[in-house]
Design a protein around this ligand. Structure first.
Ligand code: AMP
Length: 441
């Protein structure tokens, strides 16, 4: 009897593989993100994928789209209700409170990069698992900090080479918002027939969401209605004016947009989104967004702790870069070998070079030298080290500089040291920390 053909499996709807073809572009985005966070003195934090479901209900808001429709939530085997994180800020504030970071010098500056999960309707640029890079500055209320976050946001996209506009607004603090919502709700009720079905429901439960609904009728209602910036208290108005002044000081290209209210309950005062410039669908597909959340720590059981942050979607950024070419990291050395003895020695040499921080590749399973050199060429190796029978006997190794086209014989025992020096000469940094090295401040 013939064995039945095993079933083959496909990606779950809304999921995406990051394939080697995307590797160079993905690497460029991730490195740009990490360098940015480090240049501004942010420290890395990683929170778990799973959190108590209530953490998100209490922070993001029970009537938000995320909590109402989009969370991957389930009861675990012990019966606890857990959710796969849909966003990064609430878990970080949970960690800030839980680990007593309030005792550290404030503000605490943290950055993260990882997968998030929302059961949204999938389409290009919208996935059910996606990646966000984000940063949070926790424990400072001064509006200069808002400008710092906006400055970093702007610099991030400058470094990526993506022209964007930063759409900015103020949501005020909860009392401003409550005052505004009363006025807005009354106005929106008078336009009920123009609203989409979702927004008709939102009228009572969460009227703020009507303002950033993407449906045409709702957009018309929202844009001709009252605006929150006209209902800010003195303190919130001054804060917003200061943020804009600081942004002007460093020429951050912002656009005042009264419709940036963001879909999450915890936002207060400054809110913003990053839109790709000149794109019609920009509003539907923001590249990032953020804002202040001065009440969140208190809502989650901590001390009052003003804070602000931003998050950026890596898949959407990657889509923006699709037409650009990125060079994969070039291998420093390719080891070519001929004969069984050379093959064995090559394995040890790979170990030695890699330990020195040199990027080393080989094709040790191949015996034909021509095949090996073709691979070295294709991968763009900077140097090729060739070990043949003669070299084994003489305890030497042949070094070929692929860029210069020159060749020379090296002492096999000194090859690791020699290659390390050459990497330095070529401006390729080989990092080394010796035992007892003091970290430099
Ligand atoms: P948000 O917290 O919803 O403002 O999300 C911040 C950023 O994450 C957005 O601007 C997007 O770039 C990205 N993002 C949010 N949801 C998704 C998704 N479902 N798929 C891909 N990227 C997303």
């Amino acid at each position: 009897m013939r064995k039945p053909k095993p079933k083959s499996y496909q990606l779950i709807r809304g999921m995406k593989d990051v394939l080697p073809q995307e590797d160079a572009r993905w690497g460029f985005i991730n490195k740009t993100a990490e360098n940015l966070a480090q240049s501004f003195g942010y420290e890395y934090i990683e929170t778990p994928i799973l959190e108590d479901t209530n953490l998100f209900v209490r922070s993001v808001g029970e009537h938000s789209d995320i909590v109402e429709k989009e969370m991957f939530s389930f009861a675990d085997k012990g019966g606890d209700n857990v959710s796969m994180r849909p966003e990064g800020t609430a878990p970080i504030i949970r960690a800030y409170i839980e680990h007593g970071m309030i005792r550290e010098t404030q503000p605490v500056r943290l950055w993260y990069n990882g997968p998030f999960f929302r059961y949204d309707r999938p389409q290009a640029g919208r996935y059910r698992q996606f990646h966000q890079f984000g940063f949070e500055t926790i424990g400072e209320i001064d509006p200069i900090i808002d400008a710092e976050i906006l400055l970093m946001t702007n610099q991030f996209f400058q470094k990526l080479g993506i022209p964007v506009s930063i759409q900015i607004n103020s949501n005020g603090h909860p009392e401003c918002r409550a005052r505004f919502l009363k006025v807005f709700q009354e106005y929106a009720r008078s336009k009920r027939s123009m609203l989409c079905d979702d927004c008709k429901k939102r009228l009572n439960k969460n009227p703020m969401r009507i303002i950033d609904c993407k449906e045409e009728g709702c957009q018309t209602v929202a844009s001709s209605g009252p605006q929150i910036v006209d209902h800010l208290c003195e303190d919130c108005r001054t804060h917003f004016t200061r943020v804009l002044e600081y942004c002007d000081e460093v020429s951050i290209p912002y656009v005042l947009n009264p419709r940036i209210v963001r879909g999450l309950d915890y936002y207060t005062k400054t809110t913003f989104e990053v839109w790709a410039e000149g794109e019609q669908e920009a509003a539907q597909m923001s590249l990032g967004g953020g804002g202040r959340y001065d009440g969140l720590a208190e809502d989650l059981g901590g001390r009052p702790t003003p804070a602000i942050g931003a998050a950026f979607g890596l898949e959407r950024i990657s889509l923006r870069l699709i037409d650009r070419q990125f060079q994969k990291d070039r291998p420093d050395v390719f080891i070519a070998q001929l004969g069984e003895k050379a093959k064995r020695k090559s394995l040890g040499l790979m170990d030695k070079l890699a330990k020195e921080g040199i990027k080393v590749i080989s094709a040790l399973s191949k015996n034909n030298l021509k095949n090996q050199l073709e691979i070295a060429n294709k991968r763009g190796a900077r140097f090729v080290l060739t070990l043949g029978q003669k070299e084994i006997m003489d305890e030497t190794i042949m070094l070929r500089d692929m860029d210069a086209g020159t060749q020379e014989l090296l002492d096999f025992r000194k090859v690791a040291e020699e290659m390390k020096n050459r990497m330095k000469d070529n401006g390729i940094s080989v990092k080394e920390i010796k035992n007892g090295d003091e970290p430099k401040n």
